[in-house]
Write a protein that binds this ligand. Structure first.
Ligand code: KG4
Ligand code: ZN
Length: 326
């Protein structure tokens, strides 16, 4: 089956074509316009998606050597995400589906992040643990089977990516903050400053990062001449230490041997090193960097899976900015 995927949940406009479980073309356009504001401005993001979607679909089909007539379905992110940007993508996808007489499926963005791991490692098998760490989410999922997912824990306040972004802002770095902090942390001493780790009672799988951000703010206030490399390295370790420790507990509690780390924060190479060290004996999978951050390959792949099982959405399906999984 040949399915076009469209992703507009936040500030990446992305389009991809999946044929029988294989991505044959994938385009991502990151909206750099938000950098100067230090965060995503929803209204601007929606207009940017609107400006580029048509051309990107055209280029993606061309690159894959696919004509519109060959398409057999459309998959589009239904939620969670920003209302305005979701509406832009979903309306565009519905227009295309109606015009071409194709079935359409609204896809859950978080479920798609989990399924991106099957693109990263086609040998991946259920059950596994997924640590989903992005700008909006920090969640631990026990993925037992297709459509059988159990949420084991999630953040009570800021997401891990948000902690990187807000920390970067405090340090005067640009947005998105994760790659900036990772760069600055190189050569710094991660044990120089003991930033707090919240909710670390054994087997507590909930997360909290807002206190960490506040403690960075106080530290910078009190240490005007701090070594910024040490600060970035210590702050990064405080986030990653918590993520990996809880991932380890989740693996132990479920007796799972495989885990995948997905979402934008999974692009962090220090996180990758730490997980390989601390989770020795377990299979740890990371999607390629362009599959970790927001992309349409994962939407097309999961959409094809649903459509090929005969599961589709009604053409008047709504966007769900707070869409839940399971
Ligand atoms: O999954 P994603 O692209 O978008 C959603 O939030 O859905 O994740 C974006 C987040 C941002 O907070 C960004 O700072 C973080 O992922 N990120 C990183 C790195 N690259 C991106 N965090 C830490 N280290 C990185 N190298
Ligand atoms: Zn995402």
């Amino acid at each position: 089956m040949i399915v076009l995927g469209i992703e507009t949940s936040c500030d990446e406009t992305a389009t991809a074509v999946c044929r029988d479980g294989v991505i044959i073309s994938s385009h991502i356009r990151s909206q750099s316009i938000h950098e100067k504001y230090g965060g995503v401005i929803p209204e601007i993001a929606s207009r940017e998606h609107e400006k580029f979607l048509n051309e990107m679909v055209f280029d993606t089909l061309n690159d894959g050597g696919i004509s519109k007539k060959e398409l057999e379905g459309i998959a589009v992110t239904q939620g969670p995400g920003l209302s305005g940007t979701l509406i832009t993508g979903v309306c565009f996808a519905k227009g295309l589906a109606l015009g071409l007489g194709l079935p359409i499926i609204g896809v859950n963005h978080l479920e798609a992040h989990i399924f991106a791991n099957f693109l990263a490692d086609p040998a991946l098998e259920f059950p596994f643990i997924c640590l989903l760490v992005s700008g909006g989410h920090t969640q631990l999922w026990h993925v037992k089977n297709f459509k059988d997912y159990q949420l084991m824990g999630e953040t009570r306040d800021d997401a891990a990516g948000e902690a990187f972004d807000k920390g970067a802002r405090i340090l005067g770095l640009s947005y998105p903050g994760g790659p900036e902090i990772e760069k600055l942390a190189k050569g710094g001493n991660p044990n120089a400053i003991q930033f707090p780790r919240a909710m670390m009672k054994k087997n507590n799988l909930e997360f909290s990062f807002s206190g960490l951000k506040t403690s960075l703010l106080y530290y910078m206030d009190e240490h005007k001449n701090a070594n910024l490399k040490d600060v970035a390295a210590s702050y990064q370790l405080a986030i990653i230490d918590v993520l990996i420790t809880k991932l380890k507990w989740a693996l132990e509690n479920t007796h799972c041997h495989t885990c995948v780390i997905a979402g934008g924060v999974a692009a962090n190479l220090f996180l990758r090193d730490c997980s390989l060290n601390k989770l020795s004996g377990k299979k740890v999978i990371f999607p390629d960097l362009d599959l970790c951050t927001d992309n349409a390959a994962m939407i097309a792949y999961l959409g094809e899976l649903y459509l090929s099982k005969g599961i589709k959405s009604a053409i008047d399906f709504p966007i769900l900015p707070n869409m839940k999984m399971a």
